[in-house]
Design a protein around this ligand. Structure first.
Ligand code: BF8
Ligand code: SF4
Length: 651
């Protein structure tokens, strides 16, 4: 039943994600709308410590067996130790997280082939990238049409999902040293889907009982995500929908419109929103909107779908993961269209309290109480049009009072690794040389990746921005993706003006180039862009021969999803120091946690860490960066050189 909406008072109140979100959640709660805030309050059971530390096993009906490491009376009935159980649970998190990106990559490849065959309404937008990825896959390009090349490329990518033997193609982009290490360790994925299946088998009751051997498979599976499915998704999406270039747009709840039909697109795969972006240009749609008294269609994103269309079209993001229910509680949304991942089931009940129609589009993800309109890329435009027309019709039911807060922030987004190349290297001399030189001369201390979810267990968003502020103040150039990027956007860190908050060296570089000190690189599958950017830094020279040697560190300060674990594991396997916030899912086993936080570094050159305090998190990252600088012999600060005109031209 539609609620009477308390109009939003545009006042300041401190809290979750942004002040306005907190106020709206509070007001909606007073109206009897249950969001995660009430659900957290209503829960009478605290999170289980065995579950939290990874030492509860329910892999057979003898259990659940809860483990206390060092207590010989609390091993599993089958004899499994805490380390084995925590490793099995960790493996399953990796498998689940990686499989989300694998299905995403598969869908992208299927749409890509259909588009190249003229069976889906998308085209080949980035021919240059088509040729470079085709070369990587050893596809003949000379004298062939782009469609022909794309069909072969798409089919070769698709074949890698079901491949049984050999290794994937994308890892051949890594530095020679890293590839040699992976080969030596035998951790190169054989096929994308195979690695998930093998995790499920190894973690079945009575199979793999050695935590190191389990972790080996977790790594191979995570590699099939980052250097496999996610990279395929990013590259094929770029070829089909366009490689992002920096553009200015806005984020936060204030991007919803008072007088237009608000359609919010939430989830992860960009096919539906890409089709909707095309259809909104249709004059018939404009006329239909006008007929119901609306001034047009306002598309806005949530979560990583939001990041995809923000990067490519400048379509605003209304909210991050933690704001998804707030977006509906504005009372101003005609339709929320969702596909897969990070969609709270609670949305269905929130939508019911307003006039909003919640529409699911993916056969893998239905929600009780939502309308299901299945997406099919062959009929993408018709389906998108049908959804938009429903939303337009629903505009008639929008209550007179809504509460759209005046909260929106300018952002510059769209920093693909190719863009960084041009931005720093210049239009004619695309290169990472200036970035490497600035790291070597110390103006830029290093590179920090801040990625992942936002969380209801912390003062959400603020953890990200505290980490980021500390990093840039210490001259660390920050790369962001996922909901961390949206949080940074909300707080103004994605504007060139944020250079004022950076240390003098980073500020000088940002102001010379006109770029923000925090670069938005996309969605969570786009963490693969960070792998490539890091590899390019290595290949440019002067900062070691491998990712493990460059002054860089990564973190997911508010992580919550299993995808974050898979991502962290492939970064560790690529040689990175990876820090997670608040909690880590293996802490019930010291043996396993010691391995992940220490021993694993001897094998891969990268390792995990956990830290709750955001300032300390940034400081640990800075210490790791400084340590790498020391090993490279570039730690002494050289005398600062003031830029002359020739140097500026060089930048
Ligand atoms: O893939 S950052 S909350 S939306 S899992 Fe989800 Fe986390 Fe957001 Fe994107 Ni990524
Ligand atoms: Fe317990 Fe072993 Fe069964 Fe797990 S597999 S529930 S540890 S008996």
């Amino acid at each position: 039943m539609a609620r009477k909406i308390i109009p939003f008072t545009q006042h300041e109140c401190p809290g979750i994600a942004c002040e306005a979100s907190t106020c709206i959640l509070k007001e909606a709660g007073q109206e009897g709308v249950k969001t995660y805030v009430q659900r957290m309050e209503d829960r009478s059971i605290q999170p289980c410590l065995f579950g939290q530390g990874g030492t509860c096993c329910r892999n057979c009906s003898f259990g659940p067996c809860m483990m206390i490491e060092d207590d010989p009376t609390s091993i599993g009935i089958c004899g499994a130790t805490a380390a084995t159980v925590a490793a099995r649970n960790f493996c399953r998190m990796v498998a689940s997280g990686a499989s989300a990106h694998m299905d995403h990559g598969r869908e992208t490849a299927l749409t890509f082939v259909a588009a190249a065959k003229g069976e889906a309404p998308f085209e080949i937008k980035d021919e240059k990238k088509l040729h470079s990825i085709a070369d990587l896959y050893r596809i003949k390009t000379e004298g062939r049409s782009k469609e022909d090349i794309a069909i072969e490329l798409g089919e070769k990518c698709l074949a890698e999902f079901g491949q049984q033997e050999g290794t994937l193609v994308m890892p051949t982009r890594a530095s020679a040293k890293r590839q040699a290490l992976w080969k030596k360790l035998g951790v190169l994925p054989r096929g994308i889907d195979r690695e998930v299946t093998e995790i499920m088998h190894r973690t079945h009751m009575g199979t793999d009982q050695d935590y190191r051997n389990l972790l080996f498979q977790a790594t191979r599976c995570a590699m099939a995500d980052g250097w496999g499915a996610s990279m395929i998704a990013t590259e094929l999406q770029d070829i089909m929908f366009g490689t992002p270039v920096p553009l200015r747009t806005v984020v936060n709840l204030g991007t919803l419109s008072e007088d237009q039909v608000n359609i919010v697109i939430h989830g992860h795969e960009p096919q539906v929103p890409e089709a909707m972006a095309i259809v909104t240009q249709d004059p018939e749609i404009a006329a239909a909107a006008e007929a119901v008294g609306a001034k047009g269609i306002n598309l806005a994103g949530v979560c990583c779908t939001g990041n995809e269309i923000l990067m490519r079209h400048g379509i605003p993001i209304a909210g991050s993961f933690i704001q998804q229910e707030v977006v509906l509680a504005t009372g101003a949304v005609e339709a929320m269209v969702v596909d897969v991942q990070c969609i709270m089931q609670g949305l269905a009940n929130v939508a019911k309290c307003y006039h909003t129609e919640l529409i699911t589009t993916n056969p893998r993800a239905k929600i009780e109480g939502a309308t299901h309109i299945e997406f099919d890329h062959h009929r993408a435009l018709d389906i998108a049009k049908g959804i938009i027309l429903r939303a337009i019709e629903n505009f008639k039911r929008r209550p007179k009072t809504t509460r759209i807060p005046e909260r929106k922030m300018d952002v510059v987004a769209g920093f693909s690794h190719e863009t960084i190349n041009h931005m720093l290297g210049g239009a004619f001399r695309a290169s990472y040389r200036p970035l490497n030189d600035n790291i070597i001369n110390g103006r830029i201390r290093g590179v920090g990746a801040v990625v992942g979810c936002d969380s209801c267990r912390v003062e959400s968003g603020k953890v990200h921005t505290t980490v980021v502020q500390e990093l840039i103040a210490n001259n660390v150039l920050v790369l962001v993706t996922g909901c961390a990027a949206t949080a940074c956007g909300r707080d103004g860190f994605l504007r060139p003006e944020a250079a004022e908050l950076a240390g003098p060296g980073l500020r000088e570089v940002c102001e010379t180039v006109g770029m923000p000190p925090v670069l938005h690189m996309g969605s969570c599958v786009d963490n693969s862009r960070i792998l490539i950017a890091a590899t390019e830094i290595v290949k440019e020279g002067g900062l070691g021969d491998d990712i493990s040697e460059i002054p860089a560190a990564g973190c997911a300060p508010e992580w919550m999803s299993e995808k974050a674990i898979a991502i962290g594991q492939y970064f560790v396997a690529s040689g990175a120091y990876v820090m997670f916030g608040r909690t880590f899912p293996t802490t019930g086993s010291k043996v396993l946690t010691d391995y992940l936080f220490g021993g694993i570094e001897e094998e891969y050159g990268g390792r995990w860490d956990v830290e709750e305090d955001p300032v300390e998190m940034a400081r640990k990252m800075i210490r790791a960066i400084d340590h790498k600088r020391e090993l490279l012999g570039i730690q002494e600060k050289k005398e600062r050189v003031l830029f002359d005109m020739a140097m500026r031209r060089d930048m």
